[in-house]
Design a protein around this ligand. Structure first.
Ligand SMILES: C[S@@+](CC[C@H](N)C(=O)[O-])C[C@H]1O[C@@H](n2cnc3c(N)ncnc32)[C@H](O)[C@@H]1O
Length: 276
């Protein structure tokens, strides 16, 4: 992620994320009386949208830049934002077994110890609580990883980004392995689906997605940012499989895992949690 551009991580920059969340949110069966924990809320755009249909959302993120934008742009009366790490969210006694639902969208692949996060998040759910995770799935053509390779080999941008190590780690487990991992981390029922998703991005949307999600972006001098994004856009158009829709980027290049989980027993969690 590019946290220096957090204020841009909304609207056109989040078309991909929002369209997929919108498609799958009903799996969670959110109710008006629900209290919800949003793990890795980012700028809170999705949080504020979900808050319209529930009682209260506690939203956490470990990025101060993201939270500052959330507080400024998506402050609504039934949402509270907190700085907290997903790996330790369950250590807070005020949040233990407090939530009916958890949402965690596009976060686990950025967390260094995702199993610790999965265990810790589980501690926050009430008995019979449910969660929906959306995770970037394994795909060799995943556009952010491809863009990283493109930039490293680029004559002009390569020298700026050559030492950059992306923190993004795709979820390489199969759907059935993912279910087993969640169960081993204390979740009673786990249902994982892998879905391919297709979105068409305009030039503005593509550039904003790259600007906000590529960690390389702040390494490029400010005066060159426009040229850099233009080169990425040209590259994206060449990669896009759909040549019939001029001036739009066909974003089909990665698979997403969507996981719906239902935790019924906290006790079992403690026992199983130690096994891993
Ligand atoms: C791609 S953004 C997704 C934001 C939001 N969920 C959405 O759907 O737009 C990933 C977010 O995860 C947050 N994040 C990454 N690692 C985290 C961690 N260990 N604990 C809490 N938040 C984390 C980042 O700061 C960032 O805001």
């Amino acid at each position: 992620m590019n946290f220096t551009a957090s204020e841009d991580y909304c609207g056109d920059a989040r078309v991909i994320q929002h369209s997929f969340i919108k498609h799958h949110i009903n799996k969670l069966g959110l109710r008006r009386e629900d209290t919800v924990l949003d793990v890795g809320c980012g700028t809170g755009e999705e949080t504020a949208w979900i808050a319209k249909g529930v009682k209260f959302i506690t939203a956490i993120d470990n990025s101060e830049e993201m939270l500052a934008v959330a507080a400024e742009s998506n402050s609504v009366c039934n949402v509270a934002y907190f700085k907290c790490d997903a790996q330790t969210v369950g250590d807070n006694p005020d949040w233990r077994e407090k939530f009916d639902k958890v949402v965690c969208f596009y976060v686990l692949h950025w967390v260094p110890d995702e199993l610790e996060a999965i265990r810790s998040i589980s501690k926050c759910l009430k008995s019979a609580g449910e969660a929906l995770f959306i995770i970037d799935g394994q795909d060799d053509n995943f556009v952010l990883l491809q863009a990283t390779s493109f930039l490293k080999g680029h004559k002009k941008w390569g020298p700026y980004v050559k030492d950059y190590q992306s923190q993004l780690r795709q979820w390489t487990r199969s759907a059935s392995d993912t279910e087993e991992v969640f169960k081993a981390c204390g979740w009673e029922r786990a249902n994982c689906e892998v879905r391919q998703h297709e979105v068409y991005l305009s030039e503005t949307q593509f550039k904003l997605f790259m600007k906000t999600c590529l960690g390389e972006t702040p390494l490029i001098p400010a005066a060159d940012q426009e040229d850099y994004l233009q080169d990425l856009w040209q590259w994206g158009m060449e990669c896009s499989k759909d040549k019939s829709r001029a001036e739009s980027y066909r974003f089909t290049t990665f698979l997403w895992s969507s996981t719906l989980l239902n935790k019924l027993s906290q006790v079992r969690f403690s026992k199983q949690g130690k096994v891993i």
